[in-house]
Ligand binder design. Structure first.
Ligand code: S3P
Length: 447
């Protein structure tokens, strides 16, 4: 839901060593998609391991407003009684997606080809984010959108009464845009085709096939060509949500920089569209072993054993960006402890996340005594070789990943680091504080 009460600053003190097992919650991307696809299937989808973060709870509430029955049976265990493709009813109230870009963009796609009118809003962060990247392709189906200047929320969307299928080349690497178009294509007749030059996370494609849609992916010189046959009857599924590799990044990176640490992080996705951070950390010299590779919930996963390591800065290949887009903030933290420069190019998408993440990381790292360089599309961190001064309060800008990144930084810094708004973390990783504390981190409400 939009906004939250008075910000609660949290301080990370020099900690450790970190020891134990870090069982992180369910994947956020897969959790949103389970609820939305469950709502578009005919019958009851059961979901195990759903992330119960604020973002996903907002999507659950939205699916109820569209007519699906969404019930929590036990922590992490949910059912969705779907209304079928084309079965959404017009919500009686405004759909508030809180902080979630994934929530609003995917839901907009899912309703774009139904003859209903929906008003979307979100918190101060979401209301700043560009929606044109989804309303442009969705209007090709016949949908209309009336938002604030610059295509911002709040926005009223009128779904297409007679949708036509669409062929769309996604101009920015974005799984949200790709997914919005595919979800809209579900209720359009004929074939909807999405072309993405750079591969992005492929959970929508995998899950659409799982729910019984006719979807083909062809790998061509132009990139992935995804073809979806419209108006299928989606079959309800039993979904096991694997753990979130983007959340696993925080205990993993904390263990690398806090002296003497050894942490076990089970069930981390090795999906090639999500594992860029882990490849990068190994290239920097991280002592991570990947044990027991297997499939969980349709995703390749492994258990990670992570030991504190001496790291060296590297140049991250720009073509890897899409597979680690949410992990650059915490990589910048690890880079601050490494020896030498870490160069992150081709990352301008970070400017339109929950906050401008290049700006937020740059200002926060500088305040903590770390030298950085930045331009529109680049962040360079000059490593300190293990001695980050810290001793600052960092602005989080309603961004969970900025908050968690600087708390990780503070766990190994010379002086404590405070983030001005710890509640931002509730959107994706509500047990972050408890989990990190159980490993030996010293993080607490600021004095
Ligand atoms: C997501 C896609 C990515 C990512 C976000 C989740 C998704 O956003 O940053 O956290 O679930 O599709 P973009 O599509 O804007 O790259």
């Amino acid at each position: 839901m939009s906004g939250h009460s008075t910000p609660k600053p949290i301080t990370a003190h020099r900690s450790g060593p970190l020891r134990g097992t870090a069982e992180v919650p369910g994947d956020k991307s897969i959790s949103h998609r389970s609820l939305i696809l469950g709502a578009m299937a005919v019958g009851e989808t059961r979901i195990h391991g759903l992330l119960e973060g604020q973002d996903v709870l907002d999507t659950a509430r939205a699916m109820q407003a569209f007519g699906a029955e969404v019930v929590q049976h036990a922590p992490g265990s949910w059912s969705v009684h779907g209304v079928g493709v084309g079965g959404f009813r017009e919500p009686a109230q405004v759909i508030d997606c809180g902080n979630s870009g994934t929530g609003v963009r995917l839901i907009m796609g899912a309703m774009a080809t139904s003859p209903i009118t929906v008003t979307f809003t979100g918190d101060a962060s979401l209301c700043k984010r560009p929606m044109g990247r989804v309303t442009d392709p969705l209007s090709l189906f016949g949908m209309q959108a009336h938002g604030r200047k610059g295509g911002r929320l709040p926005m009223t969307v009128i779904g297409a009464a007679d949708p036509v299928p669409v062929r769309y080349a996604v101009p920015v690497p974005s799984a949200q845009v790709k997914s919005a178009v595919l979800l809209a294509g579900l209720n359009a007749p004929g074939e909807t085709v999405v072309i993405e030059a750079e591969p992005t996370r492929d959970h929508s494609e995998r899950m659409l096939v799982g729910f019984g849609a006719d979807l083909q992916v062809e790998r061509t010189a132009q990139g992935n060509v995804i073809t979806l046959k419209g108006q299928p009857e989606l079959r309800p599924q039993e979904v096991s949500v694997p753990r979130d590799p983007s959340s696993a990044a925080f205990p993993t990176c904390a263990a690398l920089i806090v002296e003497g640490s050894e942490v076990f992080v089970p069930g981390v996705s090795q999906n090639l569209t999500r594992n860029g951070l882990y490849i990068t950390l190994v290239e920097m010299g991280a002592d991570i072993t990947f044990e027991n590779p297997r499939e969980e919930g349709g995703e390749p996963v492994a258990d990670l054993r992570v030991k504190a390591s001496s790291l060296t800065g590297i140049e991250v290949p720009p073509e890897r960006a899409a597979s680690m887009i949410d992990e650059y903030p915490v990589l910048a933290v690890v880079a601050a402890y490494a020896e030498g420069r870490t160069v992150m190019r081709g990352v301008k998408e970070l400017r339109v996340k929950e906050s401008d993440r290049i700006e937020a990381m740059a200002r926060g790292l500088e305040a903590c005594g770390v030298r950085i360089e930045e331009d529109e599309d680049t962040l360079i961190v000059h490593g300190t070789g293990g001695r980050v001064p810290g001793g600052a309060t960092v602005a989080v800008h309603l961004d969970h990943r900025i908050a968690m990144s600087f708390l990780v930084l503070g766990m190994a810094a010379q002086k404590p680091v405070t983030v001005d708004d710890g509640d931002a973390i509730l959107t994706s990783f509500p047990i972050f504080g408890a989990l990190m504390t159980s490993l030996g981190a010293d993080i607490r409400a600021a004095e």
